[in-house]
Design a protein around this ligand. Structure first.
Ligand code: ADP
Ligand code: MG
Length: 605
């Protein structure tokens, strides 16, 4: 007798269950997708003990006839595709006909359903894959599935479930994702009868976000819309500067299906490279629409991950679209004009949450430092602020052009300098309201972009030789960092010579650095790269850190700004590629619109 056997369906289902429904949230996902596929306008989800002891998904969709109700529990029974080719055009969530039989094989499973045109409903009860009851029942149109004691009959799987709290958190996250993807459906999530969220059908995505994630998140997002060939992108993206400490709020949907996608998350992070502080993540709810044939959703048992046929095209499209949008958002703010659209009027700068941003190590001000030219740099003339990222530095424009920043009695200025009441805080009046301006942060941004231009070869950097070359002893780790950073250091005007193991000699440094401080600077630099890069230092980190440190040094030297310098500084800031934040991502200025003052005074101004 042959030793190869075909597994009975029940065993096959239990095996499939391990893949498709590895945890209660995954069961809920399958059931909710079925409800959406059935055209539901209302979906209610309930669970107890993190879904382990009980869960229920109920909808008002088209329901099933008596025959269909039985059939849907058969393996590979699906109403959604007929041929393998259909996979290329499938728009429904399900198509494998695997979920219901799998779930029913590892739980106490009750299905109650009533087809739209049927007189009554049908109730089917299956215990551990065995049909126990199949009878008529009273039931409104739609379907209700209840799953009790998930994995009780499969102790090996039950062991893998986490605490009730953790499983519940997975369920909540999942329910939110689906609610977000389908604002047209009313969602309710209950934990043992207690409402966790209830979201009536609504038109607008921002309303949904506010309802289910709270206004904390909603306020730091701005709508985005873009199209290219057969691709389209919609949803919400973080306003510049609004970073979060985890990736949890980077949400992606492809053809309305929530997905985990490395391609998409890397593209998002890359687009925000200089718009959120390093180590923080931009929240977003991005909806990508692609032709079904260009994406393979069949690479993951629960269809959570997917593969794009042309990763590069998708990546480029996402990055371009987001950068364009960020540019718009930045432009809107720096123009400081009043907009009629209230959503737009919530200027990104006013929503920057400084407490969410990391602190910059303060340059040691006890050390006398003549390292940097103290007056703000000159040579960058006023511009209209509508610059493109990556654009060449603006050349000086003629004085006759409209002035952006001026004194309070200057009628042509759109930013009017009012004064400098406290330390680094300066105030400007704009058409839209009042701008609180941080001189040092602005100065750092201006210097940073100047240095960026210098390293990218847009301007040349000057080097000066040290009269007495200074010795620098480094340990093995620093030595490696130095090797990575050397091209960067050389391009900025440093010259280092290795002599003997772990010994270097600093022979030259950039013109902006006091030669006697050159070795000290490199030591500080190595420390900060080490801290930032952790185990892996790349030449990019090396370069950025160098610029950052130089900027912090430079701004420590800029002790006081005279009024005229502040006006010039503001002009230079507004001409920057990214005027909203300092190099570490903290805000450079915050604009409070008149509307906000009126709201606070509770009367018009
Ligand atoms: P798939 O979704 O891959 O087709 P399932 O096992 O999830 O497979 O469901 C099998 C079939 O049962 C579906 O194709 C659909 O016809 C029917 N079905 C499941 N859930 C519902 C529901 N909530 N309302 C109406 N029909 C449903
Ligand atoms: Mg399904």
């Amino acid at each position: 007798m042959s030793s190869i056997r075909i597994l009975p369906d029940r065993v096959a289902n239990q095996i499939a269950a391990g893949e498709v429904v590895e945890r209660p949230a995954a069961v809920i996902k399958e059931l909710v997708e079925n409800s959406i596929d059935a055209g539901a306008t209302r979906i209610e989800i309930e669970y107890r003990n993190g879904g382990k002891s009980y869960l229920r998904v109920e909808d008002d969709g088209k329901g099933m006839t008596q025959d269909e109700a039985l059939l849907c529990l058969e393996r590979h029974a699906t109403s959604k595709i007929r041929e393998a080719e259909d996979l290329d055009s499938v728009l429904s969530f399900g198509f494998r006909g695997e979920a219901l039989p799998s779930i029913a094989s590892v739980s106490r499973f009750t299905l109650r359903t009533r087809f739209r045109e049927s007189e009554g409903g049908q109730e089917i009860f299956v215990n551990g894959g065995k049909l126990v009851r199949n009878q008529a029942c009273g039931m409104p149109e739609g379907t209700r599935v209840e799953v009790a004691q998930l994995f009780n009959s499969v102790p090996a799987r039950r062991k893998f479930l986490k605490t009730d709290g953790t499983e519940a958190a997975h369920i909540c996250h999942l329910a939110r994702l689906y609610a977000l993807a389908h604002p047209e459906i009313a969602f309710t999530l209950l934990e043992g009868g207690r409402t966790i969220f209830k979201s009536p059908a609504c038109e607008e995505l921002p309303d949904r976000v506010r309802e289910i994630f709270g206004s904390g998140l909603a306020d730091c997002l701005a709508p985005i819309e873009a199209e290219e060939d057969d691709l389209s992108l919609g949803g919400l993206v973080a306003k510049p500067g609004a970073g979060r400490s985890t990736r949890k709020e980077m949400l992606f949907f492809v053809n309305k299906r929530p997905v985990d996608s490395k391609t998409l998350s890397y593209a998002l992070i890359e687009a925000y490279h200089s718009f959120v502080p390093r180590g923080r993540y931009p929240p977003a709810a991005l909806f990508l629409q692609v032709p079904p044939a260009t994406v393979d959703v069949n690479v993951h048992p629960a269809k959570r991950e997917l593969r794009f046929r042309d990763e590069g095209k998708i990546r480029g499209f996402i990055i371009r679209s987001i950068l364009n949008r960020l540019q718009e958002l930045t432009g809107t703010t720096s123009r400081g004009t009043e907009t009629s659209d209230p959503a737009e009027a919530r200027l990104p700068s006013t929503r920057l949450d400084p407490s969410s941003l990391p602190r910059v190590p303060q340059a040691d001000s006890s050390k006398p430092s003549s390292a940097f030219p103290s007056p703000p740099p000159t040579g960058v003339a006023p511009s209209d602020g509508q610059s493109e990222a990556g654009e060449a530095p603006r050349k000086g424009k003629s004085e006759s052009e409209r002035k952006r920043v001026g004194y309070r009695d200057d009628p042509g200025a759109s930013w009017k300098f009012l004064g400098r009441p406290h330390g680094d805080l300066a105030l400007f009046a704009t058409n839209a309201g009042i701008v609180a301006f941080h001189c040092r942060a602005a100065y750092e941004r201006v210097l940073f972009e100047r240095m960026e231009d210098e390293t990218s070869g847009k301007t040349s950097s000057n080097s000066q030789a040290l009269l007495l070359p200074e010795a620098l002893e480094v340990d093995a780790i620093d030595s490696e960092i130095l090797a990575t950073a050397l091209p960067e250091l050389i391009s900025r005007g440093f010259r280092l010579e290795e002599f003997g193991r772990n010994f270097h000699r600093v022979e030259a440094c950039p013109a902006w650095l006091e030669p006697t401080e050159a070795a000290l600077f490199i030591r500080d630099y190595l420390d900060s790269v080490r801290e930032t890069g952790g185990g892996s230092v790349t030449s990019q980190i090396a370069g950025e850190e160098l610029t950052r440190l130089a900027v912090v040094r430079g701004s420590a030297a800029a002790e006081a700004f005279a009024d005229g310098e502040i006006v010039r500084l503001a002009e230079q800031l507004l001409a920057c590629r990214n005027p909203l934040t300092c190099p570490k991502g903290r805000p450079t200025y915050l604009e409070t619109p008149k509307r906000e003052w009126e709201k606070r005074f509770d009367r018009s101004l």
